[in-house]
Design a protein around this ligand. Structure first.
Ligand SMILES: [Zn+2]
Length: 113
């Protein structure tokens, strides 16, 4: 994938995430219910697909994060992020989680992506 296509792809994903965040913050209840019904299955399927690619192999390494010269022991950063956001973060009260998210820029600088 060339650099421009990669940039377009990343921008589209960031914009989609921004749109969903905006909807969660501002949409009225009927709109939010409609979005949740359509988007939650897409998001859970996306997580499943991504996590499947990071399932440990029979030596306990992540085949996606491992390189030729360096093996990444499971759980890799993708699994740790999944646990943090889906399990640990899911139990946190809304207020502290919001503050934690607000501490991070919504969009990373282009050079850091
Ligand atoms: Zn991995």
């Amino acid at each position: 994938m060339d650099e421009i296509l990669g940039q377009v792809l990343r921008s589209a994903v960031w914009e989609r995430l921004d749109m969903l965040t905006e909807l969660a913050d501002r949409a009225d209840a009927p709109s939010l219910l409609s979005v949740a019904r359509s988007e939650l299955p897409r998001l859970t399927e996306g997580w499943r697909s991504m996590l499947a690619a990071h399932e440990p192999d029979d030596r306990g390494n992540c085949p996606t994060c491992s390189g030729r010269w360096r093996q990444q022991k499971a759980p890799c950063s993708v699994w740790r992020a999944a646990y943090e956001h889906l399990v640990a973060g899911g139990l946190a009260p809304e207020k502290p989680a919001r503050h934690a998210l607000d501490a991070f820029p919504r969009r990373m600088p282009a050079a850091a992506r």
